[in-house]
Design a protein around this ligand. Sequence first.
Ligand code: GLV
Ligand code: MG
Length: 335
Amino acid sequence: MRSPKDFFRPLAVGAPTPVREVPFRPSRMIHFFDPGNEKMAAKIPAIAPTVDVLLGNLEDAVAADRKEAARAGLVAIAKATDFGNTQLWTRVNSLDSPWVLDDLITLVTEIGDKLDVIMVPKVEGAEDIHYVDRLLAQLEAKAGTERPILVHAILETPTGVANVEEIAGASPRMQGISLGPADLAASRRMKTTRVGGGHPGYLVREDPQGDAPRATYQQDLWHYTIARMVDACAAHGILPYYGPFGDIKDTVACEDQFRNAFLLGCVGAWSLHPVQIAIAKKVFSPAPADVAWARKVIAAMGDGTGAVMIDGKMQDDATYKQCQVVARLADELAA
Ligand code: GLV
Ligand code: MG
């Protein structure tokens, strides 16, 4: 059996992150579906080729009396479907729930060789990841699966945020972390009742200038947590994601929220409805003009040291590395 460590590779020289990183697989949109919902399940073979990741959700949004049907539905869909290059993930129930043990045992035993990543909700510290890691190792050994299932944590409690660095580095199985803004808002006692996105009351007001009307600017509720999560993930060579955006009709704000996360370093977001698939694909793929500029700088910088002026802008070793991030993402997505 391959060890989880085999899944990491040394970084390219000059790359701006540390000693190991999760191998690249596109994951711009993690598309959630309810595997117990027969209507939704029937659409999975058609949706699979249009997304990077399909995620069979067993946790919140699946009612308590439908947990077993959802788990059984996921097993049936995974067995019956050829997902091609699309990854299959699941979100299991939380570690303090009565369902998670059966989720893990059933899924690894029945479809362990089809599952790429298990998303664990409400992770609070390294001990949660150690528990899942150990259990997965035992179940994989018993099932005789060929490759380790990776682990993705949702950051959605204040304790989890306080421990985000240790969570990111808790196991070589760690693939990434998503922001969970709804649970995080509740457990922090924030006063938003939305799933992600902004709030019109969270604003700054321009200082008074005589009697002129004073402009207000809405602020980003999630900036602090996303920035912490991105740093923790980059330091440990794993991938950060914005999570859900619940106002399906507000495609403009969804795109803005996804783009803010992309610009801060996130590689993808959850899609909760087919309309969000195209938004995530657009936002988390670097724009052609940005890629062209990055390649121009890289070409002009030769071995990547020194300084050059391009179109009046100073470029040096650091901007060369910034441009490598953009160009490399474009190459990886095109591969
Ligand atoms: C996701 O699980 C969230 O709570 O936002
Ligand atoms: Mg949640």
